[in-house]
Every structure is written in structure tokens, then in C-alpha cells.
Design a protein around this ligand. Structure first.
Ligand SMILES: [Zn+2]
Length: 293
């Protein structure tokens, strides 16, 4: 379970949320058997996606993030829902890259150049989509740029994943600070100073700082109140029904090719290890449904 602590200042000008996402990132690593640099890239993205998800009002609301870079990791895809679940994958989870000269994992090099897109489905007629080019591929900077450019909201985003010597996730967390429209310069200056003085997220977690203390440190000098927190877990909601629908949507031509060439199909979920097997007979049944569509 990864817990999110949220707070807002008394004037409604500053929103802060913090997540200790170790459990969720470790679960993703276990499922996808990610290399350290892939764990960091996917982990930072999952962490941010959960932070965005925790701000959604309805349990059925969803947010999906697509990071399309030209680096060796390939695409990163993550989704969070308002009910506290998050899932994701990276196209090439086994990529290894040399550490950077400062000894850190080269997430930017592994992601490369490309774009960051966010799709929010808030139960309205059309989902909301925004896209920006990647700034560094280090993820936190890219999300910060997204909010500045596409939402015109000044934010401070800090995301960290510390991988242990046995490749398990030692610490993971994220801090998301948003200045709302109408925020005065004085308040903005206080927040900026507080945020700048904080150590990196994984350092704070290693030192045993609680989420409450981290949020309080960001808000120091302002009156604020806690908002409802949230709990996020890595969980996949795939089902045989959903996979059947996906197969039907491939269309008649693809299904006929599967039937004639392979006489069966095996579909592995991208988000979890589940494998769905279909016999020739079952594929013929799906083909009938595809024809009536
Ligand atoms: Zn699944």
C-alpha cells in the first residue's frame, strides 16, 4: 500500500501532495522484472500518475500517461484511477545503461527525446488530452514542463526511486506542489524557498521523514489544512472479457489469419503476468462476433 498525504493552504492557493510509493513501484518491478534504470523510469512515472489520480473527484475517473521517447526503453504507459489503483509498463524493461558521471541512473538517456501525453477521462463527453515535448526525459522535469506549458500552473515536482544492490526498490516517492491561479508573489516565494531547501525525496525517505512531516515542511510559514488522503496499489483490472473485446476489435482479417496460421492465440497482458489462451474454436466464435459488428 502506498499512502498519499494531501494538504491545501487556508486561502486555497497552494496544493501539496506526497506519496511514499515504494510498495507500488516494487510490485511493478516484480511483475515486469525491470532493470534498475527501467525501474527508475517506470517507478517515477507510476508515482506521478498516482499523485495526479489522487486529485480526481470520482472513483471511476482515470488518468493515463504516455511517454514516447526514442531511447532504448521505448514507450512508458501508466494509468491510475480515482479508486486508488495504478498500473503501467515499459516497452523494454531489461535495458541496462552505464551510470551517469554523478553515479545516478541514466533515466534521461534511457527515455531519450520525444513527447509526454496525459489523457484524463473525467466522465465527460470527451476525455481531456494534453501533450508536450520531453525536456530531459528525467520524468519530473517533463511533468513540471507539462503543467507550466499545457495547464499554465506553476508546479514543483520531485520524483525519486532508489534501487537497492539486489535491484529491489529501497525507496520511492513523489512530491507534487501546485500554485493555483491567483497565488500572490509572497506566498509563491515562501513555497519556492521551502521546496528548494528540501533534500531529494529518496533522501528524506531514507532519513525516515514521514509524509506528514514532508508536507508540513513545504507549507512552513502558511496556514493549511489536510485534505483527504488516498491509498494507491499496483493492480491490474484485466479480464478474459476485455481481452476478447480487444481480439474482436482487431477485425475479421486478423482473426482469420490467427485461425488459419496458428489455430490458437495466446495473449499476455501488458500490465500484469496474466496469459489468456484461446483455442481455434473460441477464435471462430470471436470471428462470428467480429462479423456481426
Ligand atoms: Zn493484467
Amino acid at each position: 500500500m502506498s499512502k498519499i498525504i494531501r494538504a491545501i493552504d487556508s486561502q486555497g492557493l497552494v496544493r501539496v501532495s506526497f506519496i511514499d510509493s515504494r510498495d507500488m513501484v516494487e510490485e511493478a518491478r516484480r511483475i515486469h522484472r525491470t532493470s534498475p534504470v527501467a525501474t527508475a523510469a517506470l517507478g517515477r512515472t507510476l508515482t506521478m500518475t498516482a499523485l495526479i489520480g489522487s486529485g480526481m473527484k470520482d472513483k471511476r475517473d482515470t488518468v493515463s500517461v504516455f511517454i514516447k521517447g526514442d531511447g532504448p526503453l521505448g514507450q512508458i504507459v501508466t494509468t491510475a484511477t480515482g479508486d486508488g489503483t495504478v498500473k503501467g509498463y515499459v516497452a523494454n524493461p531489461a535495458v541496462h545503461l552505464p551510470l551517469k558521471s554523478n553515479g545516478k541512473l541514466d533515466v534521461g538517456g534511457a527515455v531519450g527525446k520525444g513527447s509526454l501525453s496525459i489523457t484524463m477521462d473525467l466522465g465527460l463527453k470527451e476525455p481531456y488530452c494534453g501533450q508536450v515535448p520531453l525536456v530531459t526525459g528525467e520524468i519530473a522535469e517533463d511533468f513540471t514542463y507539462y503543467y507550466a506549458k499545457s495547464q499554465q500552473i506553476p508546479t514543483a515536482i520531485s520524483l525519486g526511486v532508489l534501487v537497492d544492490t539486489d535491484y529491489s526498490v529501497k525507496q520511492a516517492g513523489g512530491l507534487f506542489v501546485q500554485l493555483m491561479p491567483g497565488c500572490d508573489d509572497e506566498t509563491a516565494a515562501i513555497i519556492e524557498k521551502n521546496v528548494t531547501e528540501l533534500p531529494p525525496v529518496t533522501t528524506m525517505l531514507e532519513e525516515g521523514m514521514s509524509g506528514d512531516l514532508i508536507v508540513t515542511s513545504v507549507m512552513a510559514g502558511l496556514f493549511f489544512k489536510d485534505l483527504d488522503g488516498a491509498e494507491y496499489n499496483y493492480k491490474c483490472d484485466c479480464s478474459r472479457e476485455k481481452i476478447e473485446k480487444a481480439l474482436i476489435s482487431l477485425g475479421e482479417k486478423e482473426l482469420i489469419a490467427m485461425i488459419n496460421e496458428d489455430h490458437k492465440a495466446e495473449v499476455t497482458c501488458r500490465f500484469c503476468p496474466e496469459v489468456y489462451k484461446f483455442t481455434e474454436f473460441e477464435l471462430i466464435e470471436l470471428l462470428k462476433k467480429a462479423k456481426t459488428k
